[in-house]
Design a protein. Structure first.
Length: 290
């Protein structure tokens, strides 16, 4: 299997996944295309995008974290919310990539047992969602993601015209100050970045803010639920969620902020201790108690 798992989700919408790490999305108009996030920089996402379209591609980053900007340097046109301009202009620290490389090794070691159980009992895994081994020639010890100079800064409610298709930028801070979602009102699709995931919502990081996350998810639940048929998040193997997921996540954040739900101790992808609040189809994290 190639590093990227590509799948046509609807006419003009493609999933470019690095399962189970990150999901990027290629969104086609008649005049140009948007690539929402460029993944981790482990393999060439531009080659994959160009195999799917001849249109000029504008990269829009959902936020500045390393796993969403790894392929930025392969593209000429890059847009990010204005709050992400300075952070995306810094090189990703080598220790961040080293820690994530260790997570990849641990995940692949655990995956074999999961796959054996799936082969015997469940048959849930498909080629589109099966985790990949690192591609030949990739050396995690020399993995680097260079700084990005965006060519365009985005703001809340800004509309990006692709020709016959428009994407509305929704500023949804919380996971980071610059997080955005993209709403395709005509196709009734919400591209959620890290604002919504079918797994853990990281609110424990130094650049996260629980109050902002709570407000952003409630805004989406109140304003967007009736406008979409599907939500495409940036993480986990369940890369599509129904509209009611918006309200479920917003209610979950409200309960966490109000102290109405108990947490369990956990560890994030970097080995950092945290508290995790579990719900039926997602979780929310906060810093570990001192």
């Amino acid at each position: 299997m190639s590093w990227f798992a590509t799948q046509k989700l609807s006419e003009g919408t493609y999933l470019l996944a690095e399962p189970p790490h990150v999901n990027s999305y290629l969104i086609l108009g008649s005049r140009r295309a948007v690539l929402f996030d460029t993944g981790m920089g482990i393999a060439n996402i531009r080659d994959v995008a160009e195999s799917l379209t001849d249109l000029d591609v504008l990269v829009i980053n959902s936020h500045y974290h390393f796993d969403h900007v790894g392929g930025n340097s392969l593209f000429a046109q890059i847009a990010i919310h204005s709050a992400g301009r300075d952070p995306v202009g810094e090189d990703v620290p080598a220790q961040t990539l080293s820690a994530y490389g260790a997570f990849i090794e641990a995940m692949l070691a655990a995956y074999q047992g999961y796959k054996d159980a799936d082969d015997r009992f469940f048959r849930l895994l498909t080629p589109e969602i099966a985790p990949r081994r690192l591609p030949p020639g990739f050396d995690a010890a020399t993995w680097r993601i260079p700084a990005t100079v965006p060519t365009q800064l985005l703001s809340d409610r800004q509309v990006v015209d692709l020709g016959g298709r428009s994407l509305e930028v929704l500023h949804t801070p919380g996971h980071t100050p610059d997080c955005i979602c993209l709403l395709d009102g005509r196709s009734r699709q919400l591209f959620a970045g890290d604002t919504l995931t079918t797994g853990p919502h990281y609110a424990h990081l130094p650049d996260s803010d629980l109050a902002d996350f709570t407000r952003s998810t409630r805004r989406l639940a109140d304003e967007i639920t009736s406008k979409v048929d599907v939500i495409y998040p940036a993480h986990m193997l369940r890369f599509a969620a129904p509209p009611e997921f918006l309200t479920q996540v917003a209610d979950g954040f409200a309960q966490v902020r109000e102290g109405a739900v108990q947490s369990r101790p956990g560890t994030d992808i970097f080995g950092q201790e945290m508290r995790e609040f579990w719900f039926d189809t997602f979780s929310i994290t906060l810093p570990a108690l001192a």
